[in-house]
Ligand binder design. Sequence first.
Ligand code: DON
Length: 298
Amino acid sequence: MRSPLPDYMTEVLEACSDEDDGELAAYIPELAEADPSRLALALATPDGTRYAVGDADVRFTIQSISKPFAYALALVDHGLDAVLEHVGVEPSGEAFNEISLDPSTNRPLNPMINAGAITVHSLLDADRVAAGFAAFAGRDLEVDEQVYASELATADRNHAIAYMLRNHGIIDADPHAVVDGYTRQCSLLVDVGDLAVMAATLANAGTHPVTGEQVVPRWVARQTLAVMTTCGMYDAAGDWFTTVGIPAKSGVSGGLIGALPGKGGFAALSPRLDRHGNSTRGVRIFERLSGDMGMHLM
Ligand code: DON
């Protein structure tokens, strides 16, 4: 029998399609050119079933949705204690690109804000990022060279963060090289189907639902989902968790993932953002899914 899920997912998109609140991310010139009408939704379940509706074939840059996956790779490579020496796990309550560190330790507060993600990236090399993201997605991901160049040309704030991190001994590497690599990581091209499978891998205790590969160990998936829960939606994390109630991560190109432990991964795309940098219609879509499907973890 044909699943009712794709029709239901299309209905959810239609119900949210008229909303046009929010703005494109203007601080990365290339993202300001995106088509704001794009709208897509995908789901991947632990048995490898996948559904995608709307503009599901549109590829866009992963941006901050790369942060939990890079964090997971750093945990695998260095272990929890070593990673915690560089970056904490506390919500910052600040904007994602705030130039701030924990005053008592000089560490970035968490790996989801830019300061923490730049630090995490410094713990990985380019080959590890490429191979690790390919394992999460189940295919090799390409860099969007135009978005990468556009972001790097205007990355003064991230350079300021990286210099501050090196000043405090949190990163060892050359700040320019780290921001360059981090920007390439953020410029990897994905579609909502890729993101749903990546989220499902975390939700599935680190095992990829389609390839069957144990991409990261269970403890790493748990640590990553926990940090997504408390910090993934930045200074809207409390609103998100009370209303939607699942581990999540947003990106400034309008992507948004949610991972339901044991149940699978969802991903939405809609480029207009709210003041926190989270996709406006993406948040609406997840609020609806959570209400209709009883996804809230509480
Ligand atoms: O570093 C930046 O500012 C971007 N590459 C990523 C920021 C981002 O996606 C914030 N999330 N909503």
